[in-house]
Design a protein around this ligand. Structure first.
Ligand SMILES: Cc1ncc(C[n+]2csc(CCOP(=O)(O)OP(=O)(O)O)c2C)c(N)n1
Length: 629
């Protein structure tokens, strides 16, 4: 580790530094991030863009008294480094280590946790109003990216800020990128401000002021920088109409300018917005060339930026290729993403059907209502939204899609534990929130071939349907040349048996097969069932096995409460069955970040755990070996 960085144990150590030291520290932080994240993976690009911005914030403001909130908070790594977590930083996103997002339980400097976009302004306003009510003096600062302003919540907050408080600082961290290029009218508006000639002139003159500062006294530096900061005032009709005084846009890599701007803004007695221009991936060529890739990634070669090739297709890729092929034959199919073309795989669909592809920005609610609108006009919209982000759109799914029986297909990637990203990103609730919605058909494929079948099936249903599938690589099974329509509500019996029936939802069919093999080695006869449908559930099959087996076992990568196992229990109860059900799934608590296999072992989502629970229930079934002896 380099020398200046080693001296940082708290923001006080940063505050002692002069400009030259801060400039050097910024470079050390960049190098440290590049080298460390090469081993751990993480959000490199966004963090390289906010090194100076975060340093300036911690120079001017005093956390934990002052509250700094980061939208999404994937760009809070420098904040973590500067607030006493440098010594643990190499554990970021590692099991038992620092979380990749802000976490209130991790540090008193983390004023508000996040992982989903668009929350910073609302939360900051809540904190500011609480301060006002308590008569406090602390400053509240919300740092939000340009793409966060494509999110409705940010605008709901903007609509409310000026009415509620006189003291709130919003920092618009504008790098023109979401994960992909930022989209929509807001992105266009920011772009017009930045490319405006008048801004350029102001910007150049401010730069000249700052550049001429070399060799001047500290007081002179401060005075001239403040002059520069004030000259950065350029009206933005949009924010002014919301009652926020707009400043900027300023160079987000110019430390004295940032520091002086914050000093100046901190004395303002009205809500303000500072528009800061930053470069995502700054200081690291591979991240500047590969903006999308370096938004967030696994380990890479620090020298070249190369990552290991996965080889095997991912679920997202199979989804996108299948959708492309289906859309080749059906011109009613449209694909919708909420700012996740890369993660959902839809960037593979886009070149084939550019007119049928829609990136609506980080706007899941809008995406779903927009899909509903298209469906009323005969289109077959496919909303590709991660399980965790679709949580945002619960009401549109109920009110706009299902209630009107509209044929929208929801393809939920990252359904199940997401691993390193942690609780903000685990997709563990979708069954619970979709299962109770009338009209909904809810499916989970055991492999990629079945994913294609389910997509084809969902796309010919008269109403809404949803498919959940996990993150990562598929198993690599042989695919049929054409997807087949699956009869709705029909499970697949993979293997018959009479002592126990094991239902493995989606790819957890692997655990079901393994449990069956283990039980058979013990002398029991185990049926393996691929449920395919969580809703409607195949109660015929359940009834058949209820009359035969001594126990059911369900495996699901979802919380147990309200999940697939619960659905099986309810169905059995309605059938009048009292056959016990061993439910294997996630407990009623938030699951930390970590490696999927480790966490499954820790929380009992294993074949061993299932075996231990089911064997006592089979006690009355005599094993063949016992009969023989
Ligand atoms: C509700 C929600 N939808 C999607 C995402 C996925 N996501 C994470 S960061 C990001 C882009 C953020 O862009 P911006 O706010 O401009 O910050 P930057 O990464 O450019 O610094 C997206 C779409 C999310 N975190 N939350």
């Amino acid at each position: 580790m380099a020398s200046l960085l080693e001296t940082i144990h708290s923001p006080a150590d940063l505050k002692r530094m002069n400009l030259a030291q801060m400039t050097e520290l910024a470079e050390e932080i960049r190098e440290f991030l590049i080298q460390t994240l090469a081993k751990t993976g993480g959000h490199l690009g966004p963090n390289l863009g906010v090194v100076e911005l975060t340093m300036a914030l911690h120079t001017v403001f005093d956390t934990p008294q002052d509250k700094i909130l980061f939208d999404v908070s994937h760009q809070s790594y420098i904040h973590k480094i500067l607030t006493g977590r440098l010594d643990r930083f190499e554990t970021i996103r590692q099991p038992g280590g620092l979380n990749g997002f802000m976490l209130r339980t991790e540090s008193e400097h983390d004023a508000f946790g996040a992982g989903h976009a668009g929350t910073a302004l609302s939360a900051a306003l809540g904190i500011a109003v609480a301060r006002d009510l308590a008569g406090g003096k602390e400053h509240v600062i919300a740092v939000a990216g340009d793409a966060a302003f494509t999110n409705g919540i940010s605008f709901e907050a903007l609509n409310n800020i000026a009415e509620q408080t006189n003291r709130l600082i919003v920092v618009l961290n504008d790098n023109e990128w979401s994960i992909d290029r930022n989209v929509g009218a807001i992105a266009g508006y920011f772009h017009r401000i930045v490319t405006n000639e008048r801004y350029k002139n102001l910007h150049d003159s401010a730069h000249r002021i700052i550049e001429r500062l070399g060799g001047k006294t500290a007081a002179e530096v401060a005075r001239r920088a403040e002059e520069a900061a004030k000259s950065m005032l350029w009206p933005s009709i949009l924010f002014e109409e919301f009652g926020l005084q707009y400043y900027g846009p300023i160079d987000g890599h110019n430390i004295p300018l940032l520091v002086e701007s914050f000093k100046f803004l901190k004395a303002e007695n009205r809500p303000v917005l500072l528009h800061v221009l930053t470069q995502k991936g700054r200081g690291y060529e591979p991240a500047l060339i590969g903006q999308k890739k370096f938004h967030g990634l696994g380990p890479y070669n620090a020298d070249t930026g190369e990552t290991k090739l996965v080889g095997q297709l991912t679920w997202a890729e199979v989804f996108a290729n299948t959708l492309t092929a289906l859309a080749d034959k059906d011109e009613r199919i449209v694909a919708i993403t909420a700012a996740m073309p890369n993660g959902t795989g839809l960037d593979l669909f886009r070149p084939h059907h550019p007119k049928m592809y829609f990136d609506v920005g980080i706007a899941e609610e809008h995406a779903v209502v927009f899909a509903a609108g298209m469906a009323t006009r005969g289109f077959r919209p496919v909303c590709a939204i991660y399980s965790t982000f679709l949580q945002r759109a619960f009401d549109p799914i109920v009110h706009d899609v299902a209630l009107q029986k509209l044929p929208v297909l929801f393809c939920m990637d990252r359904a199940g534990l997401s691993g390193d990203d942690g609780p903000t990103h685990h997709g563990l609730f979708d069954i619970a929130y979709l299962r109770g919605i009338p009209e909904m058909v809810l499916m989970a494929p055991k492999d990629e071939d079945e994913l294609a079948d389910m997509m084809a099936t969902g796309l010919q249903l008269p109403g809404p349907s949803a498919i959940r599938y996990p993150r990562g690589a598929v198993a690599g099974v042989v695919r049929k040349p054409e997807p087949q329509i699956i009869p709705v509500g029909k499970a697949e019996v993979i293997k018959d048996g009479f002592d126990v029936a094991i239902l493995g939802l989606g790819p957890m069919i692997a655990q079901a097969r393994e449990l069956a093999a283990r039980l058979e080695r013990e002398g029991y006869s185990a049926a393996v069932i691929n449920p395919r449908f969580i809703k409607p559930l195949d109660s015929e099959i359940l009834a058949r096995y209820a009359g035969r087996v001594a126990a059911f076992v369900t495996f699901e990568d979802h919380v147990k409460m309200g999940g697939f196992g619960s659905a099986v229990l309810e169905a059995l109860q309605e059938l009048g069955s009292v056959v016990p059900v061993v439910r294997i799934g996630w407990p009623d608590q938030f699951i930390e970040h970590g490696k999927v296999d480790d966490l499954r072992a820790k929380y009992g989502l294993t074949v061993d755990a299932a075996l231990a629970q089911v064997v006592p229930l089979l006690i009355h079934r005599q094993r063949p070996t016992l009969i023989a002896s």
